[in-house]
Design a protein around this ligand. Structure first.
Ligand code: MG
Length: 237
């Protein structure tokens, strides 16, 4: 009978100590901003919407003119030239939906080819990779010519597919060299690039030199009528 209160008091002390010990490091972190998440790929409340299905007012053609892409039924279809965002970005989370032509034409790199270029230079490949062989680091969801996807998560031609991509650009370090950035990619909700390094000297089909803090997003014209919809980004820096 006499020991019970002591035991309880002891437990309370231990619990209090545990709580204050656990609370200390958390108190140093800032309170996370409250946002409203989207449903089924819709943009969360803190996203910058780049294409909502209505117009390409946030984009320009590669030659600086107005984009000539066809817009109908909530999507934009590749034509004539690639398009770039008017705004430039550093580290971002990107959501984009795309569909290759339902009518299959061509093969390999000639079938449903487009691409999402970060900073106008680092390409995550868009390709009809459903029963369509090509070199591994050139198929859908590849970091083009750098890293093949972990799996081929492609849907059939004509079906809508999603990319959710986290990109951190390479940055110049104190020694004047380039500290690698990274790509993490989910293709149709499946992890396909797991924190892959992005080096300043990476090769892609775009020509460039050195690291850049920001740059535009570009959607490639590769001569195939690939469709895009629901494009939004969140800035990470
Ligand atoms: Mg491409």
């Amino acid at each position: 009978m006499k020991t019970l209160p002591h035991t309880l008091a002891g437990l309370a002390l231990v619990s209090l100590a545990a709580i204050s010990f656990a609370a200390a490091p958390a108190a140093k972190q800032p309170e996370p901003t409250v946002i409203t998440p989207g449903t089924a790929g819709a943009p969360p409340s803190d996203a910058i919407v780049l294409f909502d299905g209505k117009d390409l007012s946030n984009w320009k053609s590669e030659d600086g003119s107005e984009p000539k892409w066809k817009i109908e039924n909530g999507y934009a279809e590749v034509a004539v030239k690639g398009i770039l965002t008017k705004q430039e970005f550093g580290a971002i989370q990107l959501h984009i939906e795309w569909a290759t032509p339902a009518e299959v034409k061509g093969e390999g790199q000639g079938r449903g080819n487009s691409g999402v270029y970060f900073q106008g230079r680092y390409e995550i490949q868009v390709l009809d990779s459903y029963n369509n062989k090509t070199y591994p680091n050139g198929q859908a969801s590849a970091f083009y010519l750098n890293s093949a996807p972990l799996v081929n998560a492609s849907r059939k031609p004509g079906e809508w597919q999603t990319y959710d991509i986290v990109f951190h650009p390479p940055k110049p370090d104190a020694d004047g060299k380039v500290a690698p950035g990274s790509f993490t990619v989910l293709h149709n909700g499946v992890l396909t690039q797991d924190h892959i390094p992005v080096k300043g000297d990476a090769t892609t089909s775009a020509k460039f030199t050195g690291a850049s803090p920001t740059g535009p997003l570009m959607l490639q014209n590769h001569g195939n009528p690939v469709r895009y919809r629901n494009i939004w980004v969140r800035k990470l820096d």
